[in-house]
Design a protein. Sequence first.
Lengths: 881, 308
Amino acid sequence: MDHEPETGFGWELEDGTHVYTNSTLEGPVLVYVKGGKIVRIEPLKLSPEDPESWTIEARGRRFSPPRKALVPSYILAERAKVYSPKRVLYPMKRVDFDPNKKDRKAENRGKSGYERISWEEALDILEQEITRVHKTYGPGAIGTTSSSHHSWGIIGYRLSAYLRFIDILGVTYADHNPDSWEGALWGAVHMYGFNWGVGVPEQNDLLTDALQNTEMIVLWSADPETTLGTYAGYESNPWRQWLKELGVKFVIIDPFYNYTAVNFADKWIAPRPGTDTALAAAIAYVWISEGTYDKEYVEKRTIGFEKFRDYIMGREDGVPKTPEWAERITGVPAREIRALAREWARKRTMLGFGSRPGMGGAGRAAYGHEWARYMVALQAMQGAGKPGVNWWSTSTGSPTTPNVPEDSNPYGFFFPGYGDGGISGDTGYTGAARILPRGFVRIPVTDRINQPGGQHVLRLLLPEAIMSPPVEWRGKGFNTISIEAQFKKYKYPEDGYSEIRMFWRYGAAYIGTMTNTNRWVRMYRSPKLEFVVNQNPWFEGEAKFADLILPAATSFERWDIGEFSNISGQSLESVQFVNHRIIALSMKAIEPLGESKSDYDIFAMVAKRLGFYEKYTEGGMTQLDWVRRFFERSDLPKYISWEEFKRRGYFVVPVKKRPVTPALRWFYEGRRRDTIGAGPAGGGVMGMPDGTGLGTQSGKIEFESNSLKRFDPNDPERPPVPHYIPSWEGPDTPLAKKYPLQLMTPHARYSFHTQHDAKETWIDEIPEHRRRGPDGYFYRVMRINPADAAPRGIRDGDLVKVYNDRGAVICIAEVTERIRPGVVHCYQASAAYDPIGEPGESPDRGGSVNLLTPHRFLSKNANGMAPSSALVEVERWEGSR
Amino acid sequence: MTRYGMLIDVAKCNACYNCVSACKDEFWDNDYPPYSRAQPKFGQNWVRVDRRERGHFPYITVAYMPVMCQMCRDPPCLKAARDGAVYVREDGIVMIDPEKSRGQRQIVDACPYGVIYWNEELQIPQKCTFCAHLLDQGRKQPRCVDACPTGAMVFGDLDDPDSELSRMIRSLSSGQPYRGEETKVLYSGKPEAYEPKPGVGPSVLYLNLHRMTKLFIAGSVVLRESDDLVEGASVRLEAGGREIAATTTDAFGQFHFDGLEPGKYTVRVEYPGHRQLSVDVEARESTYLGYLFLEKRGAPATQQRLIQ
């Protein structure tokens, strides 16, 4: 489906090396190609011809960012990832899978080998099975889900090429839960709205505000040096250096002395995991008893404080939430809690809970919604929105040009982000409604099954849905449409729909990223799944459970266009996570390796077999045609010609001089909202039509939540006023006698989810990530305090078995003072699932610690994941020395 | 003349490993004759990241620093090499000739920094070249510095008094903080050489090296009568009977003396209305003294004595 090849992309060096650009999911890079091979990938540097960077004036100094894209290590390893021995280069069929036999030998999934087949054979199998499954079982029988962010670019992103395909096909889609910030979705939104941002509050211009006004920053369950503003690389590292230079103090609250602490901590406070809410309650206690909270703000901008105060002071339950009370629970000395509370009240303080406010491992825990609500409560008590006081994690809110169309706002510049749905135009699942009128997509699609009246399944419950239906749950994944959407009950199978019989897995991450993931292994080996497809560039741990593997090309082998950190959709402000808005072409630098094909081309081929090629491709559009369309319909052509853009490969959006509108200043001052962002149209509010309120019923911050009162005023697990509730899998539960250590599994540092892990790149040799064991295998690093290591006979570099009733994982021990005694730490998102025996029943040496995390929800009615609440034991593994 | 060198700020390194990854990207599977043969994907780190943890839970510091060939003025590897297998370019870059060095394993053993690696397959010693092949093409920086996102690594010409690196070192050596023109971040501290074996004259200098090589004594001061951590208590550190440093406690009652050698010290804490407190410390490693309680004047005198 290629036209006459268009030329003129990138530029050539004297020695014949060609330089292309690529917009990766952590920033733009230059790609050097010589003799048809990628030889170098380096961060993009701005040239003097590019627009001037912004400058912030604060406290007599002027701050301006470095003029290069601050991409992370794993992006610089993309070359090794492209040429990884783990690439899937040909269509492959499980050797004992025969589509013409009734017995599919499902029990051999994960064990059997594969044989190479041709694309024709693969397409034959796909066509036959899709048709058979649909005709045999009816609508809903084809199940699918994708990985998170496994390729960047407006055309190739999962909400674009993949969503367009499955929408037309008609599938039961396993809805994604917000696996980075459950607590805010299920908790914080009930206090301050911002349900459209999954509980992440607006962040406009908070870098300027912080540099000018803030005196202290509390990072609570937040490690921006690791989680990188999600897609923004290290763009915010200089900001933290400037804050430090200005004397702003950093307090890090985390059981692990994290990587932000390494450079910035003035104070480290390490509560026992799962007790953060008690720590927060004690801070509120100090403020109330010493009268050091903003009483006027609480009176004017909040409701329900009296009941909250009654709980804190012990009038509700007879237990005052004193620092001494909290010391017994958290392990943090009362005097430290008092000092923190006093300093917080005395200084203009930013609270970053999670690496974007609302995220954070403490929210992915038993009753994590209560912690998130306390994070809202504390800053409500200190007047959030006043100069220097807000929810801010030092990773957002730069003065870049807002991502709104220039013709609607003179200060804006529009380029779509992945949240706008790319070529799908799907208004149900993405923010496509905003871009459709501009003609990005001419034939928008939606799914007949995956729609409000159709069949759904929650990703977290997929194994149970397959193996032991029916299942029920509340809320459909992200639930951004309203606060109440999360209360809605769903069931699977939906009345009149088929159960899933075929499962098309796009990407391969979930054994390494979901919870209690031996469930996934068992699901894959169930004969109820008659046909499993995996489509992915790499043979990851989950791919080996497929019957048919489709070789996808990487984003260096196809055309695309994308912007650094641009989410758009419900996160318009995401372009403020970076220093410069950079829109770059992802140029097809090399031909797809082996017989791999771009996802779009794979979907188009299948669509052709099934008879919807014309619709899928809008009449034969190539990826480059789509790239051109997205270029033309954005604000780019007002500034740069296609020819020039092709040659340079990137465009830096000029900074427009515009009024500074810090997040929530309008709310603090009782004005109409003046910030640009997502949220309901009009005044930008839900509660107050005059535009002065938040998205709650009262338009105020609700210490006593109206939405929870309406839902169930007597829910003991999520009461209208937030409570500290001990974890259902914490150190004070009976299980702790058997499994005395608490396991932390934060988001990975040297990989984006599973994408950059275990690909046989040099990333696997970073000793903070994986270390070579005595057998030469790269094991995931598990951190353990000497106080826990010594009695177990564990020395640094020993292999250890980390285990509980859910499974066992072999890791390599790092004995360190960085972790609180009683806690062990291993980053999640291993791409390898490598059981040493029977899959699902034997220890995994690939490092998928998610095998060990519970699949119980945050609480009964809050159906989000709680991997941070896991008890384990650790012992030395034979063959260690 | 040109003499290429580097300044690395330990306080800025966040273990991102970009330097390592960029170095691998440049050299893995890429030969640059006559400069270098390819760096294997695993087992060699022409730039590596060292880590140092100091202190004990709940008071620690963690520091990282990139270590690559320090481009010694008097390179031990050159002395160990035969047949001119190691040579120094006019710009000060120490190079290993990938042809002449074949079989010369002693070159690896000669390096006090452990940054020369043996390539088993090719039977040659290999190391960082400061990306000489790129500098010769007109590039201004090696790949590691180019990829460093924090400004922890600065590269330049030590012999050119007008180079940013030279201006930076001059400024910092005279106690003046310096804001990087490209990195846009502020540097402070005194540049110093990292010399496990003195006298080699490295062209790589470090800032805040004490975070890797020296020790700290820290503590938290509490007022006994209120159990409050106290801000503004004055704390003096004495060694050999004389005061060597003084500080005041922060809002969490914390004080921190850094850059110390192992030895015997006395910490004296004073706060108005309270008895002076003295603690003797024999520090063999970084030491957090925990909570030091100040008694109100008039309360019975106490002397805490700690031997570490």
